[in-house]
Each structure stands twice: as C-alpha cells, then as structure tokens.
Design a protein around this ligand. Structure first.
Ligand code: GDP
Ligand code: MG
Length: 724
C-alpha cells in the first residue's frame, strides 16, 4: 500500500458535512478532540476500489479567520497536518455564502475539490448550477453530489484521490482587494518573502491578508517569530486602515469581505448559476447590474459615461486653465521687466516659469478628470467596465483583469503606467501578465494628456472632447493589437480562465472623492516641483550653452547699432527691425546650443515624420518624463520669442509657427502616445518582468513603432494636401 492518504472535509455549518462523512466512512469512525480544545475531531476511513483513505471531518466554519475556536482549529489542521487534499463541501442552494470559505481555501492554495451538495434541494428552489463552468472558473474539480443519498460521492472520491495523488505544491490564488489594499499587499508580500517570515507554514500573501484582517493568532505568531518585521507590517496596515477610514469610511476587513463576495458574484454570474427569480428578492446592486452590464445597454452606457467625463472636463477645465496661463504669462512678464538681461533672467523666465507654469496650468483639467475617475472607481462602476470588456479582451489574448492595468495606466483619462505595470501582479498567467505590462504604457497617462490636450486645443479646436476621446480609443486599439501580436509571437501560449471581482455599488462620499482626487493631483504637482523642475533647468542649460561664438555676437551688436542709427528709437520701424534681428540671433543661439545640435542632428531622420529640431529636443526630453515635452516646447518657443512682452502662451506660439500644421500635430500626437515609456516606467517593467531584456525591448520596439506610425501619418497627410 502507498503512503497514507489523508483528506480533510471542510465546509460551512449545515452544509451536510456530517452526512457526507457518515456516508463515506460508514461505521469506521473515531471521535476524539483536537489537542487543547473541546472541539470534536472525527476521523474515519474510506475504502475505495483499491485504496483506503483517511478522512478528517473539520469543524464547520464560515471562514478561516481566527474569529472562533472552530476556525482556528480548522486552519491549524490544514497548515500543520497538510492533508494531501481538501474536500470543500458547499450547500448548492446557498452557493454564494458557501463559496466564501472556498475563496479562502483558494487563497491558502491547498489542493481542493469542491463538492456541490444538496443539488436536490437547490433544484427544488429553481436553482441550476453549471458545475463544468464553475470548475473552469475556479480552476479546481467541482462535483455535484447529494450526500443524503450518496449520489455523486464515488466520483467525488475519485477526483479527490486523484488530486491527493498528484501531490503538487500549494498554489495560492491572488484575489484583488482594490487599489489601496493590493498595493499594501504587494509591499507586505515582498517583506515577508525576503525575510522568510512564517513562510514555512503560510503562503506570504496569506500572512499579509491575515495581518490586514488583524488576525490575532497570526499577529501573535509573527510577534514571536520576528518582532521587528511584525511591528513594521502592523504599522503599514495601520496607515492604510486610517486611509480607508478617511476616504471610504470603511475598514480593511470590510473591504476584504466585499471583494471576496465580488469575486464570488462575478463567478456565479458568468453562466454558473441560473435561478428562476422573483425580482423583488434581488439586491439593489444586482438590479443595477442587470441594466449596467446588460449585453447591449452596457457598452452604450459605458461610452456615454466616458464621453460625458471628457465633455465635463473640457467645459469646466479649459477656462480655468486659460486663467492660470494668464497668471503665469503675467508673472513671466513681471520678472522680465524687473531683472536685468542675462542668464539668471533667462533661466527664471524661459526655464522655470515657462516650464513649470506650463505643467501647473493643467492642474484644474487634471483635477476634474481625476474627480470623474474617482467617482467611477469609488462607486464600483469601474469594476463593471472591466467585467464587460473581458469578452473583448480574450480575443486579444489578455485577461479581464488587464483592463484594470490599462485603466490605471490612463485608459480612461489620466493615470500612470507605473502603478499600472504593478497592477498586473494580480494576473495569474505569466504570458498574459507580460503582454499586459508591456502594452499598458501605451495608454494616455496623466503626463501625456497635457501635451495631447495642448495640441488638440491648438490644431483641432472644433471638436476637442470627441477628438481626445478618439485618441483614447486609438490607444486601446493599438494596445490590444500590440498585445495580440505579442501573444502570437514572443509570448505565445494558451489563455487561462478568468475571474473578476464585482464589489457592490456604493455611493461615493464627498470626503473620499476629495482625498482621492487630491492625492493624485498632488502627486502630479509634486512631480512638477521636483523632477520636472530639475529636468527643465537641465534642458534650459542644454538649450542655452555654449551660446554663440564671440565674433558672431559682435556681428549682431554691430547690426543692432546700425538699426539704432538708422531709425529713431521707439518708432515702429525700429521695433520691427530690432525684433527681427533678436529673433534671428536667438534662433542661431538655440541651434548652436547642445540641445539644438542634437535636435538638428536628428532632423534628417525626423523630417520624415515632419519633426523639426525643436520638436526633437522636446521628444528627447520626454524620454525622461513625458511632462517634460510641454515644458521643453515652452522653453524652446519662449527662447525663440521675438518680444517677451507679448509672452504668448505656447498654444498661440505653435499656432503662429508656420512649421506646425494639423498633419504634423497628428504625427507628433501619435508619436508621443506610443514611443518609449518614461524612464521610471521602464525601470518598473524591468523589475516586474525580471529582466533587462524587456525594458530595452519596450523602449526600442515602441519607439520604432511610433516612428513608423508618425511617418505614415505625415507622409500620407501631406500627400493628401491636408497640411494646409
Ligand atoms: P453539517 O452541519 O455540515 O455537518 O450538516 P449535516 O450533515 O448535519 O446536514 C445538515 C442538514 O442537511 C441535515 O438535515 C441533512 O439531512 C441535510 N442534508 C445533508 N445532505 C443533503 C442533501 O444532499 N440533500 C438534502 N436535501 N439535504 C441534505
Ligand atoms: Mg456536522
């Protein structure tokens, strides 16, 4: 006989565990106590066709948290005795509630078989369950049984023994708990893994979840094992718990429970559970979902909601932005008047005020977008969007959960590829995860958005909102096609069934919206004040030095004197001549600068896409951070400006420049959307993908692709005579 096979029975109270146990073991039972507690421990032997299996009946529990003695006993048995398999018995008539425990077994990763008990009673209540579909979605064997009659129990034991025999390693499933907790979990998991904290007993993510659930037993064990790390983990949880209380008026355990039920709901909804219902009994959330995720109405509602978001943002954001632009223009003018000519003035006016001001003027627009997104996210609607998009995403070899990574990266409006790339950690299949993290940076993140908005506002004034919406769609189409391409070439492989969480709808609180919006906006402003400021100054220096050779400067001086001698100072001719001369001088100085030489050096190539050397400078700066594109263009144009008094905004400067036209604008827009991700994102891709190769791949591949698109647009557009 082979080594002893041990299988545990786990399930909610009244799920029929005892009935099944008695049926399987007959009279071969032994009743004792679990050590140290008064909880009864029943053991027995099942005789199969050619083997005997040891079966342990665990106490009935709704959960595996240390809220009751039964729960502690049940999970201690699982993690210390490590039975080869668990039969999770669930009451099919109350499947939603029963699967809550199953969720936790999945998260623990122990090999499990799900026994759908009482299907007779369920059928009487008009409930039918597609066990095959459930099996596919949960990724574990599902067997319908009637414990009272023994129906299905032979198959159940066959499959349980098969699972036990396979003796694979535990495979914990990751359920997403929303942005706040997911990020926390990722951090905690890393700490737990690197210090091997309790890892011989529990999977790292499981320990982290228990800390978030303030599970006293795990916290005590952690304290004994590594007090320092235990304190650090608790401190991290406290921070996020406070944040949840402030923003959502909730606490971690509630968020976790919500998401587990969301996970279950979405499984049951994908063709698993059918019920002849009586609509009065449906919960409000489900009633809303019947409309909002309806196959036909759902997508229409989604498009309307997203279009509405753009419309609102532009209607109310644009005037505010213009106001801020005026303020910075005035400030630049004042500084210009007050300071004597020289490098300091040039640095302040052209480098700092133009650069940082250009970014800050987008704050109102971005705040409005973020508010809109926060409403969608906090209300639970965003999860529905992802749910609906799943059908489409499968076609492209991705997961429904990829949608979240896309949205976080800027798939709706604004966002950032850095958290987007990190959000792919919840994806189960490595191939789909790689495809998602390589394509998420193609979304229009919050840093690209201002550039796109600027160019749209300047060259496509008629239909700003629909045009930007179209750019968003374009990002999705390109990302999906790219994913499809990757999944059929370098990332070939089968797809895995997918499960998405559908948390219940809730009314966003004003405070929560305010905090979420402010957090994201502040991130943007802080970046403008630090990284962007530093890059602005560096680029200003690159655009200013080495300056013109002395003899050239002397020549301009002589010409200036000649003008002063020809025309009386202050007359229109004097101003015009002097202005033209200054422009010519500044232009020459910029061309001669470090950045100018680089921009010019690239011109022979970039002209294919219509990019002149000033645009090149800005795009090269954008490799560091996309925000820099605007500030660099601002610097390039204000340095070249004829009359600083007029201090026209960048948009006016571009509109007035004959080198720009709608075709070039479109080529630049497309290039910016798809070229290399910013440096921080690349670093993140390297870390997440675990190799330098993918970081370089995404830089080279994206830039090559973007350039090809830009060249095509420019050449075709020009040939069609659209360049005007
Ligand atoms: P436990 O609390 O999980 O041990 O559940 P029990 O085994 O005590 O069963 C709870 C109740 O469900 C009992 O009244 C059983 O007779 C009943 N029951 C168990 N299995 C079935 C089944 O397959 N169909 C029906 N209709 N009832 C069942
Ligand atoms: Mg019982």
């Amino acid at each position: 006989m082979a080594a002893k096979t041990q299988i545990a029975l786990a399930g909610n109270p009244n799920s029929g565990k005892t009935t099944l146990f008695n049926h399987l073991t007959g009279s071969r039972q032994h009743v004792g106590n679990y050590p140290g507690v008064t909880v009864e421990k029943k053991e027995g032997v099942y005789s199969g066709q050619n083997e005997k299996v040891h079966i342990v009946d665990l106490p009935g529990t709704y959960s595996l948290t240390a809220y009751s003695v039964e729960e502690v006993v049940a999970r201690d048995f699982l993690v210390t005795e490590k039975p080869q398999a668990v039969i999770n018995i669930a009451d099919a008539a109350n499947l939603e509630r029963n699967l809550y425990l199953s969720c936790q077994l999945l998260e623990l990763g122990i090999p499990t078989v799900l026994a759908l008990n009482m299907i007779d009673a369920a059928r009487d209540r008009g409930i039918t369950i597609d066990a095959g579909r459930l099996e596919e979605l949960l990724g574990l064997p599902v067997v319908p049984i009637i414990a009272r009659t023994g129906f299905g129990t032979v198959e159940l034991m066959e499959r349980a023994i098969e699972v036990a025999r396979t003796s694979r390693a535990w495979q914990p499933v990751s359920i997403s708990y929303g942005d706040d907790l997911d990020n926390l979990l990722i951090e905690m998991e890393r700490l737990i893994e690197t210090t091997a904290f309790l890892t011989d007993t529990y999977p790292p993510r499981w320990t982290a979840i228990k800390y978030i659930e303030s599970d006293q037993q795990i916290i005590a064990k952690g304290q004994a094992c590594n007090p320092e790390l235990a304190a650090e983990l608790s401190a991290k949880v406290t921070v996020v718990a406070d944040h949840l209380r402030q923003t959502m008026d909730t606490y971690p355990e509630a968020v976790i429970a919500d998401h587990r039920y969301g996970y279950i709901k979405s499984i049951l909804r994908q063709g698993v559970l059918r019920q002849q219902f009586d609509s009065a009994r449906l919960f409000a959330s489900d009633r809303i979902d019947m409309v909002v995720t309806n196959r036909f109405l759902g997508p229409l509602i989604m498009v309307a909601v997203l279009l509405g978001l753009y419309h609102l943002t532009f209607t109310y954001g644009k005037p505010l932005q213009d106001g801020l632009n005026t303020v910075f223009g005035w400030l630049g003018g004042r500084v210009d008047q007050l300071l004597p000519a020289g490098h300091l003035k040039s640095l302040l006016v052209s480098g700092i005020i133009a650069g940082v001001g250009g970014i800050l003027s987008f704050v109102p627009l971005i705040m409005l977008m973020f508010t809109g997104i926060a409403v969608l996210e906090d209300s639970g609607y965003l999860a529905r969007v992802a749910f609906m998009m799943d059908r489409i995403f499968r076609i492209f070899g991705l997961h429904g959960s990829s949608v979240m990574a896309y949205i976080i990266s800027g798939g709706i409006a604004g966002g950032c590829a850095v958290p987007g790339v990190m959000a792919t950690r919840t994806l189960r299949s490595p191939k789909e995860r790689m495809a998602t993290l390589l394509t998420a940076p193609l979304m229009n993140c919050g840093a690209k958005l201002p550039v796109l908005a600027l160019l749209t506002g300047t060259f496509f004034t008629q239909n700003k909102a629909p045009f930007l919406f179209m750019l968003t769609l374009l990002a999705w189409v390109v990302a999906l096609l790219m994913a499809r391409l990757l999944r059929s070439t370098v990332l070939r492989g089968a797809s895995t069934p997918f499960v998405m969480e559908l948390p219940p709808y809730r009314l966003p609180t004003f405070k929560g919206l305010a905090i979420h919006t402010w957090e994201k906006t502040w991130q943007y402003i802080r970046k403008a004040g630090t990284v962007i400021l530093a890059i602005s100054i560096l680029l200003w220096a690159a655009m200013t030095f080495p300056g013109l050779p002395a003899d050239t400067e002397a020549r301009f001086d002589r010409q200036r004197q000649a003008i002063a001698q020809t025309y009386p100072e202050g007359t229109p001719q004097f101003n015009q001549e002097l202005g033209a001369l200054t422009a010519a001088r500044n232009q020459l100085a910029l061309e001669n600068s470090l950045a100018g030489r680089l921009g010019l050096g690239l011109e022979p190539l970039s002209q294919m896409a219509g990019f002149d050397w000033r645009t090149n400078i800005a795009l090269v700066g954008g490799f560091a951070a996309k925000e820099v594109i605007i500030s660099t263009l601002g610097t390039a144009y204000s340095l070249g400006e004829v009359d600083p008094e007029a201090s026209a905004s960048l948009s006016q400067a571009l509109a007035a420049d004959p080198a720009w036209n709608p075709v070039k604008a479109m080529a630049v827009i497309v290039f910016i959307m798809f070229y290399a991700p910013c440096l921080v994102t690349v670093a993140c891709i390297i870390r997440e993908a675990g190799s330098w190769k993918w970081g370089f791949f995404s830089m080279a591949f994206n830039t090559g692709f973007a350039f090809a698109m830009a060249v095509t647009i420019f050449q075709v557009g020009t040939a069609l005579g659209l360049a005007g």
